[in-house]
Structures are given as C-alpha cells and as structure tokens.
Design a protein around this ligand. Structure first.
Ligand SMILES: Nc1ncnc2c1ncn2[C@@H]1O[C@H](COP(=O)(O)OP(=O)(O)OP(=O)(O)O)[C@@H](O)[C@H]1O
Ligand SMILES: [Mg+2]
Length: 721
C-alpha cells in the first residue's frame, strides 16, 4: 500500500475514473504484446496477428528479446525499449515472469495489463500468492489488470482485438463478459455465426482486478453498447452488482448466465428463512430483483440477446402466430403458453380481414384464429398480408412468424417479405425459420430454428420490459414516497446490538430484545411481556390485553409448537396462570419463562425473513407463513433495498397471494401493511450487518394491519469481506 491515502472522491468522480481507466484499455492508442512469438501456433503470435488484422489504427509493438521482427514488425527486447507511450500491454510470458513484467510496465507508465498467462489463483496457494503480488503491483501503480488466466479483450469500435479468438467478433451492440475462456470463445463464435454483433468482449479470467462490476459501469456509459451479457461463475461483490445492474438495467438489458457450482451451506440453520436460502435461490433473488435476465443456457443467452439487440421491447405478453404449416404453428403456440405468454384467439374482425385479403380467398385455409396457418400454398404475398393484418390488431403485442422452408427462390422472397413487414411496425417481430438459426435476411428480425427458442427468448423480453416499466423514473404518483427509506432509529438499534454482543455474545436474541430491535425499524410486533412465574403471567395478561397467547421460552426451545409450548386465546388472567403451570410442568427445565402476548385478530399468516448469505450478502424473503411454512415452501427472495413496489411484486409471485385479496369469500386484508413490513426488514438487514438470520413467522395480516407474533433473530459478528 502506498503511504499517501488518495483524496476522497465523490461517487460520480469514482465512476468517471473507473470508466476512463477501462476506456484506455478498450480504446488504446498503442498496444504492446509482451511475449510475441514467431511460432504461428503460439498464443503470443496469434494475439499479435489478431491485433494487426483487426483494423486497429494505433501502434502495435511486439516485445521479444530473442528476435528482431515478428510478423514484419520490429520487436523490442523489453517494454522500456518501446518508443512513445504504451496504453495496453498484453502479457503472455510464463507465470513466473509476470510480476517482473508488470513491474517494468508500471515504471514505464503503461495504463493497463491484460494477463493471458495461467498459473495463478486457479492452481492453488502458490499461484494465489503470485496473483496477490501481481494485483498489488498494479494497484500501487494505478494500472488496471484484466485476468490473469484469461483470453483477452476486444472492442469492435476501436478495432482492438487483443485475444486469441479464431475469428474477430462482428461489430454490434452487445457487451460480453465471460469468466470462462472456453465459454467465451464459444459465445463469440456462435454470436458471429448467428449474426449477433458485439461492442466489446472481455474475458476476465481470475478477476484479480477488472470485474463484472467495473464493466457494468463502463457499458453504462458506452454509447456503442445497448445490451450486456455475462457468463458468471462467481460474484465478487454481489450487493454492488445488484445496485449497479438495477441502475444500468433501467436503460440497457443485462443478461446473465450463472453456473451454480456452489454447494449448499453445511451449517445447521434454525430459521425457516436460512433453511430456504440455498445458493441458487440467492443468485435468483439477486438477479431477479435488479431486473437482470437470468438465462439457463448459452443458447438461451444468444437467443435472448438477438431479440433484445434488434427488436423493440414487447408491450405485453400477447402473441400472434402466423405460419405456413400446422405442426410448427401448434408447437409454437404450446411453447408460448408454456413460457407464460398468451396466444389469444384473434377477433372475428381480424380473422375476417386475414381471410378476405388472401390471394386466393376461396382456397381452404387451415386456421385464422391464432395460430394462423396459411398452409403450404401460402406465398410471400399472403404471408405479408397476414402479418400486416395481425400487427394492426391492438390486441396483439408480438408477432411470431413460423415459416417452414419449402424451396428456393420462394423461400427467399418469403424471408424478404418478413423483413419488410417487420420494418413497418413498432411491435416486436421474431421468426422461427424452422431448422435455421440466425437473422432473417440480414434484417433486424431474429430467426430461431425451433419455436421453443423463440418462446423462451420472448418470455425473457416480456419479463424485462415489465420490470423496466416498473422501475422507470417516470413512475405513477403515489409510488414516489418510497424512494426515501422508511423511518428507523438506527442508533438505538446499534446500541441494542452492541449491548447484546457485549453481554451475551452472538447468537439468538431473547423475544423481548428481538421485539425491541424490530421496534427500532417500525416493524409491528404484538404487545408482549416476558414473565417467569404464573403470577407474573396473570398480571401481564391484564397488561397486554385479553385474550392472550402464552408461549414457553428457553434457549433450547426453537420451534415452540413442536413441543406443545404455544397456548392460544386465553380469555382470563386465571386461565393464563393455569396454562403457565401446565407448560412448566410438561417442559421442565427447558422452559425458563414465557411470553404473554396479545392475540392478533384473525387473518392470513405470512412469513417475512432475512438471512445474510456468505457470498451474496443480505436476502429478504416473504412467503406463506405459520406452522406449515416449510411444508408448502411458497416463498420468494430478493436482495435489499426493497421498495414498496418490489415488496408487492414479491407477494404477487406467491401461490398464496390470492388469500390476501379475499379468496373464496374470505375477507380482504391489508396487504399494504405487509409490504411495509417487508420494506422495513430489508432496511434493517442492510443497515445492521450483525443481523445474520431473522424470521417473523407468522406475520398475521388482518383487515387493518400486519402484526408479527413470533420473531426470531440471530446475531453474528460480521466477517470482513
Ligand atoms: N399472538 C397471537 N395471535 C394469534 N395467533 C397466534 C399468536 N401467537 C401465535 N399464534 C398462532 O400460533 C402459531 C404458532 O405460534 P408461534 O409462531 O409463536 O410458534 P412457533 O412454534 O415458534 O412456530 P414456528 O417455529 O413454526 O415459527 C402461529 O402460527 C399462529 O397461528
Ligand atoms: Mg413461529
């Protein structure tokens, strides 16, 4: 670490500085390839050749002490010998030499390194130590570092191709980051074949310095990038990723393919929330809440990117299907419905217009209701007519053309017709050219070999459009207030935590302290008094108000109901005293006291929880609650902060959500109060890193509020990340 601490910069300045530092890597004036070789098979040679072939206008310098020229370029023995400044140095020398090379680059004033060389943290402790040294050298010099153990980077705007990809990427709007070199090659190659262009490709390897988060910031400002795709194996700073992705995603779609190699936590967990928060659930919560499109496969990624890169966002989920054969059309309709899209029956007016406008109106047409099947006799003119007609129907958001090729030149004319009609509409148009993946005649209409691909891509686009509409700055009135975080007495909460950690150490809070802490965040807990005798229980019943609940407490009593430790609806102080005596007799020394609690009115039992995930930070859960919470597993997670709108979206995802709005004659309850509790819990876990696990189960949602009757909170000393 340098002796001088850097001046504190405003977030906008830090953002600008990070973007500028990456811009110098992706738009360098000059590049050196350290380890450029004459052997055409070597990586150093291939990178140099890619740089020379790629249309890059700046200077390219091979560095190799043993030869005078490589690929007809004068070679220099080391970076010091290169005349003029060097922005980017690509390093392919053996692992043992890389730190020394980095040091000489640092003293030479190089702006950034791309270290292709492997043999760092991926190989074990010795490599990890070498990587740490390399990172320190770069940090101290203010030099950015991509890799090590990576494939390089390319930018189709500047023409720099500092990779050993077999072919350069096509120019286009997609920014790609890959954490795996092999999948990076596959992705770029396949994108090229499909006609999908890239603005930038960065293989980040071990992510010693430049990470997905840096690139998100870069692409946020990069005018050449309209959408972003990540292949991820791990998150360095998931909470920051969520914040950035949410911000960037409001303007540019962010797609992520995440491999789930992490194992479930092995620690025995006691809260419902922690038990439900598997690593994959955590990834999903993280990505979903910030509008990231999570895809399942490389193909799904490419299919979705092609749609989003070329077509307007769908206005809704209603799809019209127009095709020239029955089977693929029916498959397409099935696939759309399975994907959660709708294939509505077209109005009789639209059906008549379709039928009447066909070239030979009397020819029997298999179907015009949706899917429309023009049969094998339908030609390009019929196709164009049917497309135009359904696109004019306001009940259609998206048109999926399912065209089964028959023979050229008719097929070519049909493809042209698809492209031409698509160019006249502001609705989403995509095609399934059965058996052919790519673009329709180099037009901005993506073509998929099979209808399932089209349906899946469209579903992602619809979800994203919905998310974006909900998060756009122009929000309906009434939602603005939630921009400010809810009220909280953070100082008092911190005091409670400090006192608890000092007195009792980490672990579970007793019910009174838990209620106290929740009170600091305005979480509504039923009035409760902790007692240690039957006399005190009777007195407390009068104090909290009858009828009451009585619950046995004790450090070893986790799920009180399981041992018969919960008595409900006790209507007199005497009955409270009797029940206390009975509980004490049956539970013995496990019971150290009891909680006397005001009964809540009847309502819907929900669970609100939070857990701090080792890698993902805090997660908030809402689900169906009560004693059957684990059995039904109806729950959803998000990464805080959570807005009221997002809390509402979470609840809407639950299968039990109709219970809140008067299912089968039951009373409508106050959902807004539930949303508020979720928002407050989100704020609490974000503010208080010591809160490791939290279960409010149940939160009883009644006609006039939401009240927690059972709260469990575990504290832990936060581990430095
Ligand atoms: N104050 C109350 N008002 C109304 N009903 C209550 C009250 N307290 C408890 N109940 C009912 O009793 C059930 C069990 O209570 P509680 O959640 O406190 O026990 P528990 O055994 O800790 O449950 P779990 O371990 O599953 O979270 C609740 O789901 C609810 O139906
Ligand atoms: Mg409970």
């Amino acid at each position: 670490m340098g002796a001088l601490s850097p001046p504190v910069a405003a977030p906008e300045q830090e953002h600008a500085a990070r973007v500028a530092s990456l811009r110098r890597l992706l738009h360098p004036a000059s590049v050196a390839v350290i380890g450029a070789s004459r052997d055409p098979e070597s990586i150093g040679h291939r990178i140099l050749r890619n740089l020379l072939d790629g249309g890059f206008a700046g200077d390219v310098h091979p560095i190799n002490p043993r030869v005078s020229h490589v690929l007809e370029r004068p070679a220099y023995p080391d970076i010091d010998a290169v005349p003029g400044p060097v922005d980017l140095a690509v390093v392919v020398t053996p692992a043992a030499t890389v730190c020394e090379v980095a040091r000489s680059c640092a003293s030479r004033g190089v702006a950034g390194l791309v270290v292709i060389t492997a043999g760092f943290a991926e190989t074990g402790p010795e490599g990890a130590e070498r990587e740490a040294r390399l990172r320190d050298i770069c940090r101290a010099a203010g030099m950015r570092l991509v890799g090590p153990n990576c494939l390089g980077l390319a930018d189709t705007g500047s023409g720099v191709n500092a990779t050993f990809l077999p072919h350069p990427p096509l120019p286009g709007p997609l920014g790609v980051m890959s954490q795996s070199g092999a999948l990076g090659v596959a992705l770029v190659e396949r994108a090229r074949v499909l006609g999908l262009g890239l603005s930038t490709f960065v293989s980040v390897g071990n992510k010693a310095d430049v990470s997905g988060n840096d690139l998100l910031e870069y692409w946020e400002d990069d005018p050449a990038t309209d959408l972003i795709a990540f292949y991820l194996e791990s998150f360095g700073d998931p909470v920051r990723f969520a914040d950035l992705a949410r911000r960037v995603g409001a303007r540019k779609p962010v797609i992520a393919l995440k491999s789930g190699r992490s194992r479930a936590g092995d620690r025995a967990v006691r809260s419902h929330t922690a038990a439900a928060a598997t690593p994959d659930v955590a990834v999903d919560a993280l990505l979903r809440g910030c509008g990231v499109i999570r895809v399942e496969s490389m193909q799904d990624l490419l299919d979705t990117a092609r749609l989003l890169a070329t077509q307007p966002l769908p206005r809704g989920s209603r799809v019209a299907i127009v095709g020239n054969s029955g089977g693929p059309g029916a498959l397409a309709a099935d696939a759309c419905e399975r994907a959660g899209l709708t294939v509505p029956e077209l109005s009789t007016g639209t059906q008549r217009l379709v039928r009447d406008g066909l070239r030979a109106p009397l020819r029997p047409v298999a179907a015009v209701a949706n899917p429309i099947d023009l049969t094998a006799d339908g030609d390009a003119v019929d196709l164009a007519h049917a497309m135009t007609t359904v696109l004019a129907d306001p009940a259609v958001d998206t048109l999926l053309v399912v065209y089964t090729p028959r023979s050229e030149p008719g097929d070519a004319v049909a493809r042209l017709a698809i492209a031409e009609v698509a160019a006249t509409t502001s609705k989403t148009v995509l095609a399934c050219l059965v058996g052919h993946d790519g673009m329709v005649e180099a037009s901005p209409v993506p073509a998929y070999a099979f209808p399932e691909q089209a349906a899946r891509a469209l579903r992602h686009a619809v979800d994203y459009a919905r998310w974006r509409a909900g998060s756009a700055p122009a929000e309906p009135a009434g939602w603005r207030a939630e921009v400010a975080p809810p009220w909280a007495d953070v100082e008092r909460a911190r005091g409670i935590i400090r006192r608890h950690l000092a007195d009792a150490g980490p672990e579970w809070l007793d019910p009174a302290t838990a209620a106290d802490l929740l009170g600091c965040y305005g979480v509504n807990v039923a009035r409760s008094v902790t007692v240690h005798s039957e006399e005190a229980a009777a007195a407390a019943a009068a104090e909290v108000g009858l009828p009451t609940a009585l619950k046995a407490t004790g450090p070893a009593l986790v799920h009180k109901s399981d041992v018969g430790g919960v008595r409900l609806d006790l209507s007199t102080p005497d009955r409270v005293a009797d029940n206390y005596r009975e509980l004490a007799a049956s539970l013995g020394p496990r019971m150290t006291g009891a909680v006397v609690q005001r009964m809540a009115g009847s309502g819907v039992e929900m669970i609100v929880g939070a857990v701090r995930h080792r890698a993902f930070g805090p997660l908030v859960m809402v689900g169906m609650g009560g004693v059957a919470a684990d059995l039904l597993a109806d729950r959803t997670f998000r990464v805080p902060p959570i807005t009221t709108r997002e809390a509402a979206a979470m609840v809407a995802e639950l299968r039990c959500s109709p219970l809140l709005s008067g299912y089968r004659g039951s009373p409508v309850v106050d959902s807004a109060s539930l949303f508020e509790q979720v928002v407050r819990v989100g704020r609490m876990v974000r503010d208080l890193p010591e809160v490791a696990e939290l279960d409010l189960n149940p939160v009883i949602v009644t006609g006039d509020g939401a009240v927690t009757v059972d709260a469990r909170i575990r504290l832990a000393i936060p581990t430095a990340s």
